[in-house]
Design a protein. Structure first.
Length: 347
């Protein structure tokens, strides 16, 4: 946990202890809740699997009730993403409730588009802010996101965030996709992180999701061929070992260097995902969610046979490339990775 803020060190210690407890007990009861606060977004990234501007957001009252039930079920932390979460006008009210009333640790992902204007509504209540950046070159980043001016808004906001909220963990996150193998891209991103005084993580994009009866469907063709991905991950691993402010575990990069041969997914034992419509995701069959938090209590969904079965069946899957899935699965098998140098860092 070298370099983490005191607040994040406390959060990580608590989560690490809970991971050890879950592993010892073998109960597989998740203690992190991932919420897509909305699937609406101003960007139009070719690699995105989640944008649905036509999906209605779950009402705030339903989300508050869901989080209250999650607290009763032992959920300790939540990761709120999108879409662009700041498109919800009630995001500040939601995170204030989750923090003040329930005491959960909170991570929020954002493109940074609304950050400068709305930081004081949201940041007082969260523990970590993760900002998406896909190139250090403004013109390329904005072209990838198809939103002119985004890079400038993001980079202008970071110093203000650090000044106003010095106890907040702030980090950049970059999608590893076609184009990142170009000369200077990795160097530029690492130098941008160093210039802003924040760490950066790299997220190899997932190209397909699981549909009915175990079928897979491809949603993007922006993934790097394996040979190019291996070269890029070797570069990132070497930079990390040389002291670059890269948060990914060494094992994450090594997974792709070794040819992406698969892993046993344990994510449903550690975390559960709720989409912007309030549907609890069945990651092995997206056509048949595990329940709807608007009409069914989270307590009942977590107690259902289908949710319990998912924790076992997921072990046969390794389709996701995100550090969330790869590293959290490794943490289930070895919780000490949270505390080992080179094992895992969160910011």
């Amino acid at each position: 946990m070298t370099g983490t803020t005191p607040r994040m060190k406390e959060v990580l210690t608590k989560l690490g202890m809970r991971a050890v407890e879950a592993r010892v007990k073998g109960d597989g009861r998740p203690f992190v809740l991932g919420l897509f606060a909305t699937h609406r977004c101003m960007c139009d990234c070719q690699s995105c699997l989640w944008k649905h501007n036509d999906w209605a957001d779950t009402p705030l009252a339903d989300l508050k009730r869901m989080y209250a039930e999650a607290k009763e079920q032992g959920i300790l932390a939540t990761a709120i993403s999108g879409g662009e979460p700041f498109l919800r006008k009630d995001l500040g009210e939601l995170v204030r409730y989750v923090k003040e009333d329930l005491g959960m640790a909170i991570l929020v992902f954002t493109t940074g588009w609304y950050l400068k204007a709305r930081m004081d509504e949201v940041l007082p209540w969260i523990d970590m802010l993760m900002l998406s950046v896909d190139s250090a070159r403004p013109e390329r980043h904005d072209a990838i996101r198809r939103l002119p001016g985004l890079h400038a808004r993001l980079t202008e906001a970071v110093p203000l965030v650090k000044e106003r909220y010095p106890g907040l963990s702030v980090q950049l996150n970059s999608c590893v996709q076609r184009g990142m193998e170009q000369p200077g891209e990795i160097t530029g991103l690492v130098e941008l992180a160093e210039r802003l005084g924040v760490p950066i993580s790299f997220d190899v994009i997932t190209e397909s999701r699981n549909g009915e009866d175990g079928s897979a469907f491809t949603l993007t063709s922006m993934g790097l061929p394996i040979k190019e991905l291996q070269v890029l991950c070797r570069d990132l691993l070497e930079r990390k070992r040389e002291g670059a402010p890269i948060l990914n575990s060494e094992g994450y990069f090594q997974y792709f260097i070794d040819g992406k041969k698969g892993y046993r997914c344990h994510l449903p034992k550690l975390a559960m995902m709720v989409d912007g419509r309030g549907l609890v995701e069945n990651c092995l069959d997206l056509d048949h969610p595990l329940g709807d938090v608007k009409t069914t209590s989270l307590t009942d969904i977590m107690a259902s046979d289908r949710f319990k079965q998912l924790r076992c069946d997921a072990e046969k899957c390794s389709s996701c490339s995100s550090p969330t899935m790869v590293d959290m699965s490794r943490i289930w098998e070895d919780p000490s990775l949270i505390f080992q140098r080179g094992g895992l860092a969160i910011g």
